[in-house]
Design a protein around this ligand. Structure first.
Ligand SMILES: Nc1ncnc2c1ncn2[C@@H]1O[C@H](COP(=O)(O)OP(=O)(O)OP(=O)(O)O)[C@@H](O)[C@H]1O
Ligand SMILES: [Mg+2]
Length: 308
């Protein structure tokens, strides 16, 4: 049984123009990607801004409709289900949104924010509901009195914890974490990330972890998919991606990580020069005549690269 399978997924956004706001073109935000998640693992989706990471996540939880492709969750094809039936699976898949400042309704108290998913799926008495909310708040390390506060009364890190608590209330199996810490101070980032690792073990969660930060991806993920312009250019285990990157885009991403250690810095600068050189001279090798990215091809059991 596959836990989550995304098959040949395509998501396009219409571009409108002219007096009648007719559709004149499409943004190919996600353009034919295929990948799988095993239960209990953390799969990282990484790539530069605008490459389609958020769109992929939103499509899996049903906030965007694909124009082609299939999504399977525990062997059930979500993309085939009617809205009403899909709803049942939405309970098992939750998302932590990119921006803790705008993803929480500023006019609602924490109680209502966290209880919202419960209200959609379960009928609880006000007291039962309150107990349940206080319970998850405790799990994310916030005090029970927080339920009467509003989002602006919290720090960024605390707010992200509220987002995590909200995602946890229904005991989901899969959490799509979209840049869960990128809006936070570096000092708070580690705290939230380690917390996410702890609850992963406790609740047997599977993460689809979206980030553009390779340092964080390395810290969190078992397997990694590198996205570029709506496509996957490489996929492999953490070691394969970091130790044996094959696609020029992966190498470019890796070469752009700043090096703190002065001794390694010189070596790293040489690596960056080599990668840039290779990018200039061998560009054609990695893209077809129209500049399109090739399909992924396996080079080992776990490692695939988009090469001709
Ligand atoms: N609602 C929308 N309407 C039209 N185009 C959109 C919409 N949302 C996203 N796009 C476009 O789709 C592409 C992919 O966007 P997406 O938000 O998935 O990227 P991302 O990888 O999450 O980027 P970031 O790292 O900046 O969050 C971008 O080119 C973006 O401009
Ligand atoms: Mg995004």
């Amino acid at each position: 049984m596959t836990f989550l399978k995304v098959e040949n997924l395509k998501v396009y956004y219409p571009v409108r123009g002219g007096f009648f706001r007719r559709v004149i073109d499409h943004v190919k935000a996600v353009d034919d990607i295929t990948f799988e998640l095993k239960e209990g693992e953390t799969y990282g989706l990484v790539g530069e801004s605008g490459c389609g990471k958020t769109t992929t996540g939103r499509t899996i939880i049903g906030l965007n409709r694909p124009i082609a492709g299939k999504i399977f969750f525990n062997d059930i094809e979500l993309t085939k289900l009617k809205r009403r039936d899909f709803y049942q699976y939405r309970k098992d898949i939750q998302m932590i949104f990119q921006d803790p400042y705008s993803s929480l309704n500023p006019r609602k108290r924490v109680l209502d924010i966290i209880a919202e998913p419960i209200r959609n799926f379960e009928k609880l008495s006000p007291n039962e509901e309150k107990t349940k909310v206080m319970d998850v708040l405790e799990k994310v390390g916030l005090s029970p009195e927080s339920i009467y506060k509003y989002p602006h009364e919290f720090s960024g890190g605390q707010r992200q914890r509220i987002g995590i608590a909200r995602a946890l209330t229904l005991n989901p199996k899969l959490i799509i974490a979209d840049e869960p810490v990128s809006a936070l101070d570096v000092s708070v980032q580690a705290q939230v990330l380690n917390f996410m690792k702890d609850i992963q073990k406790e609740f047997n969660l599977t993460y689809l972890f979206i980030s553009h930060d390779l340092g964080i991806i390395r810290h969190m993920c078992d397997r990694i998919g590198i996205m570029y312009r709506g496509r996957l250019v490489e996929e492999g285990t953490k070691d394969e991606i970091f130790e044996y990157p094959q696609h020029i885009y992966t190498k470019r991403l890796l070469s752009s990580i700043p090096q703190m250690n002065p001794e390694e810095r010189i070596q790293h600068m040489a690596f960056r020069r080599k990668v840039n050189e290779e990018f200039k001279n061998n560009y054609d090798k990695y893209f077809d005549a129209e500049g399109k990215i090739f399909d992924l091809k396996p080079i080992s059991e776990t490692h695939s690269v988009a090469l001709p």
